[in-house]
Design a protein around this ligand. Structure first.
Ligand code: ATP
Length: 201
């Protein structure tokens, strides 16, 4: 598919849910979270580089990345966060491009790139349109707490580190209001799909 539509939103806004609704219409997608995990799987050059920098503490006994340890570490030391992002963002971006090329939506002119960091990184340069999934912060908090085993404090900390609702919506070509029953969201997705078919003809 020649066109790429970026789908983004804060934690628990409904990215996976909305991607699945597009999927029902035959649209394929690549999930940037999946790719971010794949590039640091055991045996990858990125994981070797990380282990060299942080030492054996950054690995679990089985040899896979200890994400919780690394998260704490980069939270405490901003330079380490910068270093890690400098290493991973280009690698993730390259792998996204590769997977997007390998995932055309048959007969449809576009593929989705689902990414929480679409607007925070240069990933937005890869897309032709930006779709933002919008919900009030209270709903984001409520749904994320219900889904994961996170405390209110943990979720609030993640939300505070992400782009604000206003900033995100200001950069959208289209907004999906996910503070609605799924049947309504499905209608919004179908309307947007029709619009993209029209625009990408
Ligand atoms: P993350 O950023 O953490 O990966 P996400 O943006 O992919 O999250 P989802 O996992 O799709 O968000 O949705 C968060 C939670 O909210 C899930 O439990 C999902 O089932 C629920 N949810 C999503 N949309 C709706 C909706 N319209 N009505 C009710 N619940 C919803």
């Amino acid at each position: 598919s020649p066109y790429i539509v970026g789908l983004t939103g804060g934690i628990g806004s409904g990215k996976s849910t909305v991607a699945r609704l597009f999927g029902q219409l035959g649209v394929h997608w690549v999930d940037a979270d999946d790719v971010a995990r794949q590039v640091v799987e055991p045996g990858t050059p990125a994981l070797a580089t990380i282990a060299e920098r942080f030492g054996p503490d950054v690995l679990q006994d089985c040899g896979s990345l200890d994400r919780a340890w690394l998260r704490r570490r980069i939270f405490e030391v901003p330079e380490e966060k910068q270093w890690l992002e400098g290493l991973l963002h280009p690698i993730i971006r390259e792998e996204l491009v590769r997977q997007l090329r390998g995932k055309p939506s048959y007969e449809l002119p576009y593929t989705l790139l689902v990414s929480p960091l679409l607007l925070e990184t240069n990933q937005h340069e890869l897309v032709d349109r930006v779709v933002v999934i919008d919900v009030p912060e209270s709903i984001q908090l409520e749904r994320t707490m219900a889904r994961d085993d996170n405390t209110r404090e943990q979720v609030e900390k993640i939300m505070a580190a992400q782009m604000s609702r206003e900033q995100r919506c200001a950069r959208a070509d289209a907004i999906i209001n996910n503070n609605k029953p799924l049947t309504d969201v499905e209608r919004q997705v179908r309307a947007l799909h029709d619009r993209f078919l029209e625009e990408f003809r």
